[in-house]
Design a binder for this molecule. Structure first.
Ligand code: PSU
Ligand code: MN
Length: 304
């Protein structure tokens, strides 16, 4: 086992008994939502996964250790510290680990830790992608590279239109990442169920998701799989409202010269304020929805 990795005993036990485990990220806690809703959501997600018969493994860096599975106190710590916890992508791990620092894991680093621990399924809200204007900024999330090289299934609610969705799909195609729509032929756009872009394949059951992932593993692929799960209708936002909020937030982002790793957290926080908190309520619900699907899919995978 990797010498920097700590697998929580509950997670380790489940893995060794071939019981389902679902990985969860921590940037969504420290940078994706405000306190205390972030901690509340993270704990609810863990509960939802347990109720569905799987074991949650929230990932993070704590005191320089890569963690697969956190205590409630550790989740509370990350949620309270918020932006003061470094957002940790692939390029950040070496220095943070060597310094014994804390770090909030993004989709990228959560995939890395999940793969090291032997966890196959990971539930989150949204992934990073090709940012709008990437033709000149070259701001392309490391999440896309990781999906191309690390064997984990990532279940998300699609991608937000803070990103260039068309270019994000092109990039994933280049990297050989299958983009699956769960019960839909259309890529969901996070806060809404529709983006106007098609996915590669529609799959309607956790059984078939598990079978596709198993086939990918059996063929020896190094990369992962992206499952996009639309937000439930009752929690989805009005398209015109969310589009206007995103445009306003993007304008402020440009005007204030925000760039690099600050971009995504800045946009999420502004969108939340502009929508009077409505976007946060939707965000929370779509994460719960993804956690349920991940637990079911991980359960099916254990049978194969
Ligand atoms: N999208 C969300 N919420 C989030 C993120 C993205 O709706 O919290 C976080 C995830 O951790 C994702 C990261 O991996 O932002 C991507 O950041 P960047 O664009 O800097 O790669
Ligand atoms: Mn970026």
């Amino acid at each position: 086992m990797n010498k920097y990795l700590d697998i929580a005993p509950e997670v380790q036990k489940a893995l060794s008994e071939n019981r389902p485990v679902v990985a969860l990220e921590s940037t969504i806690i420290s940078h994706g939502m405000p306190y205390p809703q972030n901690v509340e959501t993270a704990l609810n997600v863990e509960r939802i996964i347990r109720e569905a018969g799987a074991v949650p493994a929230t990932c993070a860096i704590i005191g320089g250790r890569l963690k697969a599975g956190l205590s409630e106190a550790e989740i509370e710590h990350l949620g309270k510290k918020g932006y003061d916890v470094p957002k940790a992508s692939r390029r950040d791990l070496p220095v943070l680990v060597a310094r014994g620092s804390d770090g909030a894991t993004t989709v990228t680093t959560t995939m890395m830790i999940a793969a090291m621990a032997g966890i196959k399924v990971f539930a989150t809200g949204g992934i990073g992608g090709v940012h709008r204007g990437a033709e000149t900024t070259m701001d392309i999330s490391a999440d896309l590279e990781e999906l191309g090289q690390t064997p984990v299934m990532v279940i998300c609610a699609g991608a937000k239109s803070i990103l260039d969705l068309g270019l994000t799909l092109e990039y994933l195609e280049t990297k050989g990442v299958p983009v699956i729509g769960f019960g839909t032929e259309e890529l969901p756009a996070f806060y809404t169920r529709h983006s106007g872009f098609g996915v590669d394949y529609r799959i309607d059951t956790p059984e078939e998701l598990a079978a596709a992932f198993k086939a990918q593993r059996d063929m020896g692929y190094k990369g992962g799989m992206l499952v996009t799960n639309p937000i439930p209708e009752e929690y989805s936002m009005d398209k015109a409202t969310i589009d206007a909020a995103i445009e306003k937030a993007l304008g402020e982002c440009r005007a204030q010269g925000i760039h690099g790793k600050q971009t995504t957290p800045f946009l999420l926080a502004r969108i939340k304020d502009i929508t009077g908190g409505d976007s946060l309520a939707s965000n929370i619900q779509l994460v719960y929805n993804n956690a349920r699907l991940a637990a079911k899919t991980a359960t099916e995978l254990c049978k194969l």
